[in-house]
Design a protein around this ligand. Structure first.
Ligand code: PRX
Length: 654
């Protein structure tokens, strides 16, 4: 069966109660937004947000591209996510926690309120955190990570979560860039049945000069850790002394809510800044529209809170809408490839949201596992982070979704805050591996990069958003020029710079959008963004390395893997294979130290030189083709040293 040609209609039973029930309703919402953009967003902002003070203006474009939404309004995100639900949902479970070993905690909205308020008081009273301060969170997937985020929001501190897989060096860089005075971490946690540690990484990161004054350590596995007197304090020992009443700070709509570092095509990772009102509005609305979560539903997003998906769809989105969200400490394949389906059965999960990499692994390791469990509670399946391939889609649709669940292929980015292009489960006829249409209110268009004109059906171009939207990135922390250059530098529509995602896309004959991947030097490994510049900078730290160029190469499970071409200062002795192996290990160790395991290179090859233009620019396109073992058809005669291409090809083909 050629699934790519098929169209799957929404499940009629599901449609009956869906929030958006048909394409007509979808088109009507899009039209409403087009006809009166500010009215559309203003109405939703009034309806969805519990304001402390109402806003006086919907959108201010006078300082483009530094847009401002809902000026004059004040609110607090922790109240939006917790307090306002206490009247009718205080005993509803807000967070279901499942530990690696299968242990569970059910945290009601009332308990969440207590825990977040206590944590907020602790941060204020014992750690001296004030409104506007930056707090770095380096945590495992335990409820305290969510409490920490919401506690920061409650007192107006700006959190910056660093994914637990990043190394001490990467953590230190982010701590310094954000100028954070407090780090919240854990001793460690559990993975695949064993304890692992985080605190030692923090200790390493804080060696030397850093702005950090205090470290708050949640004890999860109670393994031995070093305590630095006057700097490190145990959350577990202090939290019970704090009051469970903490007045929420009154925040302006445009006060920063959090920073999240992400990779770009050049330079060091950038601190993507999201602000209060616009972010929380869209987090909530997309939960309602795209996952169509109902009051008794249980929602599970398998991401880590260290990535934007975890921010928006484990914590902020589900809680803002008063849903029950599941947080999982472990990995999807432990103790076996049936773990996820076992959890779906156990917790009666209704919406399951994961990444194509995980789907491919679960498919490969446990093709028949879903049928061993009762997973009939599932209604909506989601995917995010990278293009999904049709075979993985088909298995997800048929075996996991029993051919009755919609698959929402949600396309978005750290910078967009929430989904931008996605099917609606009760409305959109879906096509495999296709993100379909922009959500209402998001003016997403595929533009010709040269002319800025929208491309025709059947054509491809750059995926852009041509009007500002509430949950868009507000700033690159500390670097306004980089913000403008990174997002508003490449594509102009009607002479005006528009937001460019960095992704290529095409419209099919029905106008459906398929995202084809990055057009820049960003590599997408297992749905995680890696900048080539970052990996290259790490490799260059090795004293033996003269030059290096890194690119992505298609990978069966990870989507893409990292492929590095390295020129050594002293060429290795060709007859001694062990030298190669030792050097590869040395270089990957450097990456592990500088960035973390997530950036390890699957391929490192040693080459005599790199293909460069006469002006010295490395021809990455060529290197990408060689890594894929594609035939080189382009003219290479203008290169500084055309012969090097053949040499590199010969080495890669081995
Ligand atoms: O290339 C796109 C890809 O992931 C990038 C964003 O990565 P990040 O900021 O880490 O956020 C990931 C989670 C939202 C995009 O520029 N991407 C994301 N979703 C999809 C996707 N590619 C294809 N299809 C998707 N559904």
């Amino acid at each position: 069966m050629n699934v790519t040609k098929q169209i799957f209609q929404p499940n009629p039973e599901f449609q009956k109660t869906a929030r958006i029930k048909s394409m007509d309703e979808y088109y009507a919402l899009c039209k409403k937004a087009e006809d009166n953009y500010e009215g559309f967003w203003g109405d939703y902002a009034k309806e969805k947000i519990t304001w402390k003070k109402p806003f006086t203006n919907v959108l201010d474009e006078s300082n483009a591209p530094f847009y401002s939404w809902f000026d004059g309004g004040t609110l607090n995100v922790s109240e939006q996510c917790i307090d306002r639900h206490l009247e009718d949902k205080k005993n509803k479970v807000a967070i279901i926690f499942e530990g690696d070993k299968g242990d569970n905690q059910m945290i009601t909205y009332l308990q969440l309120h207590h825990n977040v308020n206590k944590f907020a008081n602790l941060l204020k009273n014992k750690f001296g955190v004030k409104k506007g301060d930056r707090v770095v969170i380096y945590m495992p997937m335990i409820p305290e990570a969510a409490y920490a985020m919401l506690a920061c929001a409650r007192i107006g501190a700006i959190h910056s979560i660093v994914f637990g897989g990043f190394s001490a060096e990467a953590l230190k860089d982010r701590i310094k860039d954000a100028d954070a005075k407090v780090v919240i971490t854990a001793d460690g946690a559990y993975r695949k049945g064993k304890a692992y540690m985080l605190k030692p990484v923090v200790d390493e990161a804080l060696k030397g000069d850093t702005p950090v004054e205090k470290v708050c350590v949640v004890q999860r596995n109670y393994e031995d850790v070093t305590w630095v007197a006057g700097r490190d304090y145990s959350y577990n020992e202090m939290i019970d002394n704090e009051s469970s009443v903490c007045e929420a700070e009154e925040m302006d709509s445009e006060d920063p809510l959090f920073l999240l570092y992400t990779s770009g095509s050049t330079g060091s990772p950038k601190g993507v800044q999201h602000n209060t009102a616009g972010y929380i509005l869209w987090a909530q609305m997309t939960m309602e529209w795209v996952f169509d979560v109902k009051d008794n539903d249980t929602f599970w997003c398998t991401a880590d809170v260290g990535w934007i998906t975890g921010h928006t769809y484990i914590v902020y989105g589900p809680l803002a809408m008063g849903a029950t969200t599941l947080m999982f400490e472990g990995v999807p394949t432990y103790p076996d490839a049936g773990r996820c389906w076992k959890m779906v059965e156990k917790h009666k999960i209704n919406q399951f949201y994961t990444a194509p990499t995980a789907i491919r692994v679960l498919h490969k390791m446990g093709e028949n596992e879903p049928s061993k469990y009762d997973i009939s509670s599932l209604k909506v399946l989601g995917t995010v982070g990278e293009p999904i391939d049709p075979p993985a889609w088909k298995w997800y649709y048929e075996e996991v979704g029993n051919s009755k669940c919609a698959i929402v292929d949600t396309y978005w980015q750290t910078e967009t805050g929430g989904h931008i292009v996605s099917p609606l489960p009760g409305a959109t006829p879906i096509k495999p591996a296709c993100a379909t249409f922009p959500l209402p209110g998001i003016i997403g268009e595929i533009l010709d990069p040269e002319t800025g004109i929208k491309v025709a059906k059947g054509e491809s171009g750059y995926m852009c958003i041509t009007k500002p939207w509430p949950s868009m990135i507000r700033a690159v922390w500390g670097d306004p020029e980089r913000f403008k250059k990174s997002y508003f530098g490449d594509v102009k529509k009607d002479g005006k710079p528009v937001y460019f995602t960095g992704d290529g896309a095409n419209y099919d004959e029905d106008g459906y959008i398929t995202i084809t991947g990055r057009t820049d030097d960003v590599i997408n490994v297992s749905g995680h963004r890696m900048g080539t510049a970052e990996v290259e900078a790490a490799l260059k730290k090795d004293p033996n390395v003269a030059e290096v160029a890194v690119c992505g190469r298609p990978h069966e499970i990870k989507g893409e893997s990292i492929f590095a071409y390295v020129v050594l200062k002293n060429a290795l002795d060709e007859t001694r294979f062990e030298d190669d192996v030792a050097m590869v290990k040395e270089l990957n160790n450097i990456i592990k130290k500088e960035i973390g395991n997530i950036a390890l290179c699957d391929d490192i090859i040693f080459v005599p030189g790199l293909p460069k233009t006469r002006s010295g620019k490395i021809m990455r396109r060529l290197l990408r083709s060689i890594a894929k073992k594609e035939e080189i058809t382009q003219d290479i005669s203008t290169l500084e040293d055309p012969a090097v291409v053949k040499q590199i090809e010969a080495i890669v083909k081995g």
